[in-house]
Design a protein around this ligand. Structure first.
Ligand code: GBH
Length: 491
């Protein structure tokens, strides 16, 4: 059997975790209500309306702060038993610091979690999905070592408030996207553009913040709250541009080490610390460029130990695959960057479908290969939980391409489990409903549900992909014939 017709020959294990993901700033709205403080996204987008494709921001979004019962209903309708969402740090702690807890914010999340649990949906709670409190961003955000302790203070408040009913936490979402786009370029807020410098400070302190929050939970809360806690990392897969060229195959490995291993190795490898390849490269390049010390900070022995094994599962976000080959960048640059450090050229395969965004082509086998790469390198001790996967289009309700994307990517996940022996225990679709997609504003549609942003109720309507996902969750198998496009040109 293949992945184009009939029922899949493999099925998902009975205890397989099916869920759906969202993030606070992308859905909540109510940016200044009930005592919430500003996040750096609020502040920056108010000051720079041109930053997003449609000049819009997350002030209202899907209005989930008021319409969370609608969200719970549609999560329930999908039949999934898990809902991954994030807490807005400044909604809970308006100044970012633990001396001032916003009671209305605290109550909002308490009610939301309780209502989910009432209908048998387990909340999976992310502490940091990029909405840094402005008050702390003013101190330099993650480029400031003190952020580690502020983050741990915040985590403590969250564990105390909700740990009695929340037993599934993630600390940080996609540190690579956050640090690279926000600190090493101007793609994301805070748009610091300190390429090659602040992006590694961000990586370093975000990793330490994660590790310290993990250790706090492990020693003070887990003994009686009995939950699990981990981190979510993101990775593109890479195919060598020319599979016959060793240098192209090497480029894939270099890229994965520099963009993914940088975060994964300190936590999930046997030895810990940054990958030796990355350490050596950053040290060498920094010296060559005339820096007095490496642009990549160093962990103390104690920090290496705190990081090692600091995740109960490997949270993995994956969307797409690029073709890779060595880049022609020469050393000797005055402004360093992750690109210069990596020296790998990314291109898109001209034939792979590209349903909605320039960066997202559809290549399902890349998912299986990534799951295997992670398993071989890091996944021997902890299970993998796919915390995001999905694609964007232009928002049509009959989203045949999304149906096909999910069917094919999920089939690759089944192959990874059943024929490759990867320990993949869960899968969360990105995302529940069309939302605020960062720089793309509302122009990129990733939802299983469509949202009518012009209606006062922000009406949520299931797309075909929602119905199809419900079918997969219920039957534990994929039916490649349901919701199949009447036109054969779809992916
Ligand atoms: C994830 O990021 C996020 O966790 C989630 O919040 C987000 O909404 C979702 O996926 C969809 O993007 O066009 O060159 O400027 C995925 C990382 C970040 C990858 C933005 C593409 C744009 C690159 N994405 N990035 S570019």
């Amino acid at each position: 059997l293949d992945d184009s017709s009939g029922w899949s020959n493999y099925s998902f294990p009975d205890d397989f975790i099916f869920g759906v993901s969202t993030a606070a700033y992308q859905i909540e709205g109510a940016w200044n209500e009930d005592g919430k403080g500003e996040s750096m996204w609020d502040t920056y987008l108010h000051e720079h309306p041109d930053f997003t494709a449609d000049r819009l921001n997350g002030d209202v979004a899907t209005d989930s702060y008021h319409r969370y019962m609608d969200d719970i209903q549609i999560v329930k309708d999908l039949g999934v038993k898990y809902y991954r969402l994030s807490i807005s740090w400044p909604r809970l702690l308006p100044n970012g610091t633990d001396n001032n807890v916003n009671n209305a914010g605290a109550k909002y999340y308490r009610t939301l979690f309780e209502e989910l649990i009432k209908v048998n949906i387990t909340p999976v709670v992310t502490l940091f999905h990029w909405d840094m409190p402005t008050a702390l961003m003013d101190l330099g955000g993650w480029s400031n070592p003190l952020m580690v302790d502020y983050f741990v203070d915040y985590a403590r408040v969250a564990f105390k408030l909700y740990g009695d009913i929340i037993n599934f936490w993630t600390t940080v979402n996609e540190p690579h996207q956050h640090c690279y786009n926000g600190y090493g370029s101007t793609i994301f807020v805070p748009a610091i553009n300190s390429s090659g410098v602040a992006e590694y400070l961000c990586s370093h302190y975000i990793l330490l913040g994660h590790a310290k929050a993990y250790r706090l939970y492990d020693t003070e809360f887990r003994p009686y709250q009995k939950g699990k806690i981990g981190i979510t990392l993101d990775a593109f897969w890479g195919e060598p541009k020319d599979a016959n060229k060793q240098e192209d195959r090497d480029a894939v490995e270099t890229y994965l080490q520099m963009h993914f291993g940088l975060y994964a190795h300190p936590i999930f490898s046997m030895e810990g610390d940054y990958p030796p390849f990355v350490r050596e490269r950053l040290d060498t390049y920094s010296e060559y460029e005339g820096f007095a010390r490496s642009r990549l900070p160093t962990f103390t022995e104690e920090e290496v130990k705190a990081l090692l094994g600091s995740s109960d599962f490997f949270g993995l976000n994956h969307y797409t695959t690029y073709l890779m080959s060595p880049s022609t960048m020469e050393p000797g640059w005055k402004v360093p960057s992750l690109e210069h450090d990596t020296r790998v050229k990314l291109e898109q395969h001209p034939k792979w479908p590209k349903p909605g965004a320039d960066w997202l082509t559809v290549y399902p086998p890349g998912f299986r290969k990534l799951l295997n790469w992670v398993t071989n390198k890091y996944g021997r001790n902890v299970p993998i939980i796919v915390t995001e996967n999905g694609m964007c289009d232009h928002g049509q309700i009959d989203d045949y391409e999304r149906v096909s994307y999910y069917n094919k990517y999920l089939y690759q996940l089944l192959l990874a489990i059943h024929t490759d022996g990867c320990k993949v225990e869960g899968y969360f679709a990105w995302t529940l409903m069309d939302d605020f997609e960062w720089t793309d504003g509302y122009t990129a549609k990733f939802g299983l549900y469509s949202v009518d942003f012009n209606s006062p109720n922000k009406t949520r309507t299931p797309k075909l992909s929602a119905k199809n996902y419900r079918g997969i969750v219920k039957s534990r198998r994929i039916n490649f014939d349901s919701f199949k496009s009447p036109i054969s040109t779809y992916l």
